[in-house]
Each structure stands twice: as C-alpha cells, then as structure tokens.
Design a binder for this molecule. Structure first.
Ligand SMILES: [Zn+2]
Length: 170
C-alpha cells in the first residue's frame, strides 16, 4: 500500500477499473482549508474507493479522518477538531447526465483532465468544517476576561487624560 496519494487521478477511469486508494495528505497541501485552521498542521488519512454500482453509476466513496487545529471563536485559542468525513460522489461526465444520478450520491462532474486529488479532498473537508468552531466546554477556553478588563479601562482612561491636559492649558 502506497502511503501517499497521487496528485492527479482520472477518476472515471479508476472507477471503471475499480480501485481503492489509501494514503495520507498534509493539511498544508489543502490550500483552501489552511486559512480556516489555526496552523495548517497535521495530516489526514484518506481512503478513496472508486467503482461502478449495480446500475452502472461510476462513483467515488471516500473517508477522511484526522485532527484539524482550528481557532476557537470564543477564546481565539487553538483547539483540536476531530474530523471524520464520509462521502459518496456520483461521477458524471456530462451535466445532462445529472438527472440520472440517484439521490444516494452527491454529483461530481469529471472533466477529461485528471482530477486534482487535493481539490476533491479540500471540497469535502470544507463542507464538514463548523462555521464557528468552539471548545466543547467553556471551561476549556483560555481565560480572557482579565485581559479584556485591562484594555477596556486603558481605553476609558485615555479621554480623561486628554481632558486633563486641556484643562491644564486653559
Ligand atoms: Zn475556547
């Protein structure tokens, strides 16, 4: 078993042949995912199963597992987010054929160009990410209340200081 995924793959031909591809991909290679993480660190385990079902539909069934480092939107500290995505994509060469796809599949239109595997994976990871990741328990959030008080007081003091200076001038 190869431990790395191919950069590009002719998905339709692979489904025709019936192939299972397993490997790891660094989060850093998922260019559209990285900005949504805290560090872009880590690797994801990917399994891609390509085959034809009984009705002749070429499909890509996959799973993506791993841990993403996201930024908690409550305390802005980083947090581990376990990812466990499963998906079933029906491969369609011609948009006109979308109507024949059963609702067991999400459609993926394949072009004559071999698909970029990192892009297919990035799409599925983006769909699985929470809009506002939060530590599950507020007790796990970094203490920030004290910091906020200090900065708020500092800002409040500022206008008074200016006033004092004005008074001293007159
Ligand atoms: Zn938090």
């Amino acid at each position: 078993m190869k431990d790395h995924l191919p950069d590009r793959l002719d998905l339709y031909a692979a489904a025709e042949a019936g192939r299972v591809i397993k490997g790891r991909i660094p989060v850093a290679r998922l260019a559209r995912v990285v900005p949504l993480t805290a560090s872009g660190a880590g690797e994801l385990d990917v399994i891609l199963e390509l085959d034809r079902d009984q009705e002749g539909t070429r499909y890509l069934a996959g799973s993506i597992k791993g841990v993403l480092e996201l930024q908690c939107q409550r305390c802005l500290d980083s947090m581990d987010y376990p990812l466990n995505v499963r998906f079933r994509l029906g491969l369609v060469q011609n948009p006109d054929d979308l109507q024949y796809l059963t609702d067991r599949y999400e459609p993926l239109i394949v072009t004559p160009e071999p698909a970029q595997i990192s892009e297919v994976i990035a799409d599925e990871v983006l769909l699985a990410l929470p809009i506002a990741p939060l530590h599950a328990d507020i007790d796990n959030c970094r203490e920030v209340a004290a910091d906020y008080d200090v900065s708020a007081n500092a800002q409040r003091d500022n206008p008074f200081a200016v006033l004092k200076q004005l008074k001293q001038k007159t």
